[in-house]
Design a protein around this ligand. Structure first.
Ligand code: ZN
Ligand code: ZN
Length: 362
């Protein structure tokens, strides 16, 4: 598979349009035309990741954290030079993978054996649009399936969502038009159906093109406008339930064992460590800003990188399992995804990553 083909596949798994506005995801180094035979998957593009990629003959590193974040004016960084010299491309799937369905947080939920219920927030880089188009009744099925195929009609965990109702349309074809129905200069009144569906902004262009191509009219009346609410299909963090009832203390011990983290910080917020836990908020990576979102929605938040004041101000118990360990599970799920595309891949082992090599819990 060539890199550009993989990028098209990845845009279905973790659409770039879901990435938050400040982020820099996608192809960072490399030619879209290059063939990929072997991928190294790593949270970061570090010297040990590049060394591993060279060792296994990888053509591509897929990282979660972007290699390039800020604009660069010259390429002298030895890491970049080594990648270029060994013709190793880099694709980063960052906040698009954080907020995507089956991304970072679904992988974390699976690693913790928790059942996801809903997203913790609906923060994404995408805007949700309401789209409507009027159609002759006999063309509605064709137009609707073309729109679905281009990505329209997804609401939360449902797909194929639309409404159709009868309308009376009228129009006057002007000079220069080639009307499917009616004559130039004469008002035409026709019974039509109006098809309404929701579309995410990153699919809007493709959906409008699909409708226009399948619609029998020369100039279909397609309207779309952004709505104030987000698509519940995506968002940062998840609310989960445990498979069996457990206490805060049991949850903490379980999380530590399942993620293999050397240390874990439990903040009780003044609660009893033997309190029963029924709803668990999770957010892989730096989820300190999710404390406020989780309060009232969950009994506890599991995340990484919580600050001193984050702990002090929190009204709910917190489990800080570390940025690295809460995001690492997504790498295994990426490997399964690549094997589904028949591309060989290797996950940089935990012990090879700088984070575990250089950190010691004393
Ligand atoms: Zn992340
Ligand atoms: Zn991260």
């Amino acid at each position: 598979m060539k890199i550009f083909e993989l990028l098209q596949e990845l845009d279905r798994k973790a659409p770039l349009g879901l990435a938050l506005s400040w982020d820099n995801c996608g192809l960072q180094i490399g030619s879209p035309q290059r063939e990929i035979r072997q991928i190294l998957i790593s949270l970061d593009v570090t010297p040990s990741a590049v060394a591993k990629a060279i060792e296994i003959g990888a053509d591509l590193i897929v990282s979660h954290h972007p290699l390039i974040f800020n604009a660069i004016k010259s390429i002298t960084n030895p890491l970049y030079l080594e990648l270029i010299e060994h013709r190793i491309a880099v694709i980063s799937l960052h906040t698009n993978l954080d907020v995507a369905d089956n991304g970072v947080n679904h992988a974390l939920a699976a690693a913790l054996d928790l059942i996801p219920i809903s997203h913790l927030t609906h923060e994404t880089g995408s805007t949700w649009y309401h789209l409507s188009v009027t159609c002759p009744p006999e063309a509605i099925a064709k137009v609707r399936s073309a729109a679905y195929a281009a990505g329209a009609g997804r609401i939360g965990t449902y797909t194929g969502c639309s409404t159709v109702h009868g309308v009376t349309g009228s129009f006057v074809p002007l000079e220069g038009s080639t009307p499917t129905v009616g004559e130039i200069g004469t008002e035409e009144v026709v019974l039509e159906q109006e098809l309404e569906m929701m579309v995410d902004s990153f699919q809007l262009q493709a959906v409008v093109a699909a409708i226009t191509h399948t619609h029998p009219y020369e100039t279909p009346a397609v309207y779309y406008y952004p709505v104030a609410n987000p698509n519940p299909a995506y968002g940062l963090g998840l609310i989960c339930t445990p498979r069996q009832q457990m206490t805060l203390r049991e949850l903490a011990t379980d999380v530590k064992a399942r993620l293999g983290t050397g240390s874990l910080r439990l903040w009780t917020a003044g609660m009893d460590v033997d309190m029963k836990i029924t709803r668990i908020a999770i957010c892989g990576g730096a989820g300190g800003s999710m404390i406020r979102e989780a309060t009232g929605q969950a009994d506890v938040l599991i995340t990484g990188d919580i600050s001193y004041h984050g702990y002090l101000d929190s009204k709910i118990p917190l489990l800080d399992a570390g940025h690295f360990y809460t995001e690492y599970p997504v790498l295994k799920s990426l490997q399964e995804y690549f094997s589904g595309l028949s591309i060989a891949s290797t996950v940089l082992p935990i012990e090879d990553h700088e984070f575990s090599r250089n950190f010691h819990n004393i």
